[in-house]
Design a protein around this ligand. Sequence first.
Ligand SMILES: Nc1ncnc2c1ncn2[C@@H]1O[C@H](COP(=O)(O)OP(=O)(O)OP(=O)(O)O)[C@@H](O)[C@H]1O
Ligand SMILES: Nc1ncnc2c1ncn2[C@@H]1O[C@H](COP(=O)(O)OP(=O)(O)OP(=O)(O)O)[C@@H](O)[C@H]1O
Ligand SMILES: [Mg+2]
Ligand SMILES: [Mg+2]
Lengths: 259, 259
Amino acid sequence: HTRIIALVNQKGGVGKTTTAANLGACLASLKQKTLLVDLDPQSNLSLHFGMKVHKIEKSINELLLDENIKFKDVVVNTGIDNLELIPANIELSSAEMELVNVVGRERVLKDVLDDILKKNKYDFVIIDCSPSLGLLTLNALTTAEEVFIPLQAEYFALQGLGRLLKTVELVKNRLNPELELTGIIPCMFDVRRSLSWEVLEKVRSFFRESVFKTIIRVNVNLAEAPGYGQSILTYAPGSHGAKDYLQLAKEVIRKGKRD
Amino acid sequence: HTRIIALVNQKGGVGKTTTAANLGACLASLKQKTLLVDLDPQSNLSLHFGMKVHKIEKSINELLLDENIKFKDVVVNTGIDNLELIPANIELSSAEMELVNVVGRERVLKDVLDDILKKNKYDFVIIDCSPSLGLLTLNALTTAEEVFIPLQAEYFALQGLGRLLKTVELVKNRLNPELELTGIIPCMFDVRRSLSWEVLEKVRSFFRESVFKTIIRVNVNLAEAPGYGQSILTYAPGSHGAKDYLQLAKEVIRKGKRD
Ligand SMILES: Nc1ncnc2c1ncn2[C@@H]1O[C@H](COP(=O)(O)OP(=O)(O)OP(=O)(O)O)[C@@H](O)[C@H]1O
Ligand SMILES: Nc1ncnc2c1ncn2[C@@H]1O[C@H](COP(=O)(O)OP(=O)(O)OP(=O)(O)O)[C@@H](O)[C@H]1O
Ligand SMILES: [Mg+2]
Ligand SMILES: [Mg+2]
């Protein structure tokens, strides 16, 4: 059974894309066939793997809006075994406007992915979202069976959590009964700051097992890797960043989906 | 003449809100009467000043959509002399959907602010935006005469710059001929990382005088201050964060608008 995971947080810059790229790469290294979906018009996930996004003619945008475009026309290799990507480019920002008047506008991605998974076998699908709770993110939440919330242990990140969980609940009740919050991932964690530990403490006391035990520490290699179009496993395999994301991948496999 | 500034960057988590709050507070401390406008449904700027956003009945949302609501009904005190705020709350996220079908949808904020500035004198208006280039941000760009771009010196932040500048150009040509890019503000700058200096070098060689000389360094006090509802000047007046934002405020006053 394919695990379909949406990485969602409307707070910007908390590590969604970095987690999609590196958790994906680590799952692939553990022999889990993984499909990454870039659902952010900023196309940072596609850039993370060195895609020249302004040159891509067919991407997630065409897959969502044009029935003649097939999965095999858009899916690309990341250069990593067991890891494939459906890239995005800036055209995706117009999709959000175009979807507004489509019947069943929140389910467009789900129909596309259901079709793909009938013919192609993946162990994991990971969807990277933009920092918003708009129509594209709602499509990700309607398609996914699990939500992972990358969270930066800082004040503003904590404030937005309530609204995010309400949205997840609404989607679960109205559009996708399968949807579960599997976990909150502490990202960009600076172990030297008392603020980080204070926020983590609050989150753990409130969300208990829904917080992954693995903490992703701040590590400059994680910020440098995308500049070379590489995952952390290729760019700096011995770094904290690589260790933390490998540990997270193992915990994700072990933990399974909540039911 | 009132300087109207929009803080824009669709990349998330680069320091937009932190700059709005602290640049605002520093300009106010230099006797510049300043109005902050929170145009992000996440309402982080309102939270930064300790507002209980879920309890606010009248905010920027009502000011934009309800003609009976007046400026004096929504403007609040920040507790700092010379610094006032038009707060936001989550209702603002529905405004973006509602504005889609309004005639002249990009000019709604401009009409509101023009009206305010006829009756109230401010030296500066600073508008905080969400991490997107949607309708609310377009309203900010149509209202402002100057754009400041808070930029984190990292790979993804650099990637989005081209698109942001194209959008600014489009708004200038079609909606707001007054609009100028005054400057790029290096934010959350970690002086120990070579990545930071490499990115800054690229930005400076490309944008020359459009990059502020002041660099806002990473400083934990800046991340802690919002948890107490305070600006950096109140929370940690002797910190790097306070020094950097004070220096930025002085440079903003000295530099004036580009023409
Ligand atoms: N653990 C980490 N250590 C150091 N830098 C990190 C780490 N995780 C992410 N970064 C860097 O921090 C910035 C924000 O991360 P990222 O872009 O992944 O966040 P995001 O949530 O996807 O942002 P957006 O909301 O804009 O989509 C990036 O420049 C990234 O390279
Ligand atoms: N110079 C700095 N030093 C340390 N922390 C900072 C600094 N500037 C901002 N921060 C922290 O980094 C995080 C991101 O900053 P901020 O929220 O201001 O960015 P933003 O661009 O407004 O984000 P969004 O795109 O979600 O609106 C916040 O937790 C903030 O407290
Ligand atoms: Mg991202
Ligand atoms: Mg903000």
